[in-house]
Design a protein around this ligand. Structure first.
Ligand SMILES: [Zn+2]
Length: 185
């Protein structure tokens, strides 16, 4: 995996392009975006259950797939939006954002230097995939992360993910403000 921080930052930033929501809904959305972005790595339990890495239920398997991201998005979107608004445009938009947050986990993992590839198409195809561009150093789990390597790992993620996300967030905010003031005049 990339570090948990990077998964969360990328997913959390998606809330910037959410439709207009009530405060409660927005908080629920942010919490769920962060949650779905890190849930896939609970599959490390597979190691404890002696499920091999390359098995469809192994690490970076089904839990990192597009189908799993969609299922998480279905479940999470009905938590964010009240039943009366399900299947309306706002709900679809939220579903899509949560889906992106889930898929972003596998995308970041497919850009890492270690482990095995990501099973994006499980259960239809159990192949594992990496992108050709793999600048992210694979992050160890748990307390092993807090070693000398931590800074080395974070440095690349800050440059290729955190800074672009920050710039995109600023750009969205400026665009929104300009839009608001042009409507006001
Ligand atoms: Zn992962």
């Amino acid at each position: 995996m990339a570090t948990i921080f990077t998964h969360a930052i990328l997913a959390g930033s998606l809330s910037q392009v959410a439709p207009k929501l009530e405060k409660k809904e927005k908080i629920r959305l942010i919490i769920l975006l962060l949650t779905v972005s890190v849930i896939p790595d609970l599959d490390v339990l597979a190691f404890a259950l002696h499920i091999p890495y390359e098995h469809p239920l192994g690490h970076r398997g089904f839990s990192h797939s597009i189908v799993f991201a969609f299922l998480m998005a279905m479940l999470a979107s009905v938590i964010v939006i009240p039943k009366s608004e399900w299947f309306q445009l706002k709900w679809w938009w939220i579903l899509f954002l949560i889906f992106l947050a889930g898929v972003s986990h596998g995308i970041l993992d497919a850009m890492t230097t270690g482990g095995k590839g990501v099973g994006f198409f499980i259960p239809f195809d159990s192949s594992r995939y990496f992108f050709d561009w793999r600048p992210i150093k694979v992050s160890p789990f748990g307390t092993q992360f807090f070693t000398d390597r931590a800074w080395l790992i974070l440095k690349t993620e800050i440059i290729i993910i955190w800074i672009p996300v920050l710039l995109a967030t600023i750009a969205v905010r400026i665009a929104r403000r300009l839009n608001k003031s042009s409507k006001a005049t």
